[in-house]
Design a protein around this ligand. Structure first.
Ligand code: UD1
Length: 440
């Protein structure tokens, strides 16, 4: 297992370009199970993407890597080097539609594997999908996905850790989601594309990644109204075709670099990024004293000399993203005054707090609330990454800590950030990946 060694205190200066969004690429890749093929660009070189491509291969989807392509932001050269020429551009086609099982070995590391359930049911009328794994951030059930498929005419049972589902043909209906679940909305949307009749999803998730999926489906012939809103209306069609789609940029990666800039930027410019969909984060950073210069698709931010405390509450989009909560905590830890974070999306999403406190932060957890007493001076320590975004928070804490921080288990961060250490190093950070075999 690789680890990061970070020596804190180095200023971050220069330009960084964000990669394609994992959370948009995954559902779009899984939508190829609906048939018709797809050419997709700007796919980030990440562990979760490799897992998805392996799972799709197991389900008979052939992915051919295309050189170059027209993606606006292809994978970084460094990542391509590491990953044997990753172009970020693939042609996917359904070579064999006989398989319908997503086995535990492929699903266990990635909760998003549940996204194969909807398209498999809609197209192949049968699916056997292992209950998902992924980050350890709460119970994360999939009951809303399953209830919707039952309403659409699927028979579903849970058997030895697998979801076993079949149908004579899905039929559109009204789905009222009790909560705007992101992958739930995506799963139901994909199933509805080939279902008979009309499906309306109320209280749908409005995350930009859901919109990116919907746009890609629409370009392939799906009939979807209300894209980007909380009410989606899908008129089923017998089949869809191919299109060329470039995955949107990763707003969480962009947000992580904005916080890095607010901590250490002299200045730091984040490129490839439409600031309107990160407004909640930018408002919070502004309250803490950050100022931004936006130009075309880039935003420049400088270190806040004397950050103020803030109160945030994580919420579904357009609220403050739960995926940015861990990264803003180091800034709160060193701020003048106190801060509060209320986590409303996931329970148990403060695993990074204990590690940050070991570095000298002063954060108390009471249920879903974190109370941060500011003014801490962080000290380097050996810490353990526990989930994807928690790891990013620890990296940012390490960048401002005195001395050396060693972050164990960085495989979590590799699930969602394309070679974050290379991008940070290029900005001036003193960060090294130490491979297990090279470790003393
Ligand atoms: C997606 C993102 C993840 C992000 C999260 C919230 C992907 C691949 N992952 O995760 O990065 O942190 O949205 O923005 O896009 N829930 C249920 N029953 C369900 C479904 C969800 O109770 O059937 C609950 C979950 O336990 C959680 C909340 O709803 O408490 C939100 O979950 P959801 O929006 O589904 O998150 P994911 O789609 O898993």
């Amino acid at each position: 297992m690789d680890r990061f060694h970070i020596v804190g205190g180095a200023a971050l200066r220069g330009d960084v370009r964000v990669s394609g969004a994992k959370n948009a690429a995954l559902p779009i890749l899984f939508s190829t199970l609906l048939g018709g093929g797809l050419e997709i660009g700007n796919v980030p070189a990440l562990r979760d993407i490799r897992t998805a491509l392996s799972l799709l291969g197991h389900l008979g989807i052939q992915a051919v890597s295309l050189p170059g392509g027209e993606a606006p932001f292809v994978a970084l050269d460094s990542a391509a080097e590491e990953s044997g020429g990753w172009s970020g551009h693939f042609r996917l086609s359904d070579a064999d539609e006989s398989s319908y099982e997503a086995p535990y070995d492929l699903v266990r590391t990635m909760r998003a594997s549940i996204l194969c359930l909807g398209p498999l049911l809609a197209r192949r009328k049968r699916a056997r999908v292992s209950l998902p794994g992924g980050c350890l951030i709460g119970a994360r059930p999939v009951d809303m996905h399953l209830n919707a498929f039952v309403r659409m005419g699927a028979n579903i049972s849970i058997d030895h850790g697998y979801i076993d589902a079949n149908t004579d043909g899905l039929v559109g209906c009204d789905i009222h989601l009790p909560y705007p679940t992101v992958t739930g909305t995506e799963n139901i949307l994909m199933a509805a594309v080939l279902a008979k009749g009309t499906t309306c999803i109320f209280n749908a998730a409005q995350e930009p990644e859901v919109t990116d999926l919907a746009i890609s489906l629409q370009s392939r012939g799906a009939r979807i109204e209300g894209i980007g809103t909380s009410s989606l209306r899908i008129e089923g069609v017998p089949e869809i075709s191919s299109c060329v789609h470039n995955v949107m940029w990763d707003r969480i990666e962009a947000g992580t670099f904005l916080v890095a800039g607010a901590l250490l930027g002299e200045p730091l410019t984040v490129h490839g990024f439409d600031s309107s969909i990160l407004m909640s984060l930018m408002v919070a950073l502004s309250e803490m004293g950050a100022s931004f210069e936006s130009k075309d698709s880039s935003v420049t931010v400088r270190r806040i000399d004397s950050p103020k405390g803030a109160s945030i509450r994580t919420e579904p989009y357009p609220g403050f993203p739960t995926d940015m909560q861990a990264q803003i905590l180091p800034l709160m830890a060193i701020a003048n005054g106190s801060s509060t974070v209320v986590e409303t999306v996931f329970e148990n999403r403060f695993t990074h707090v204990m590690e940050m406190n070991r570095m000298g932060a002063n954060i108390d957890i009471h249920g879903s609330r974190a109370f941060v007493r500011g003014g801490a001076v962080l000290e380097g320590a050996s810490v353990m990454a526990s989930d994807l975004r928690a790891s990013a928070g620890l990296v940012l804490a390490g960048l401002i800590a005195n001395g050396e921080t060693v972050i164990q288990r960085v495989y979590h961060i590799d699930r969602g950030y394309e070679r974050i250490e290379r991008k940070l190093e290029a900005l001036g950070a003193r960060i090294k990946r130490v491979r297990e075999e090279a470790a003393p």
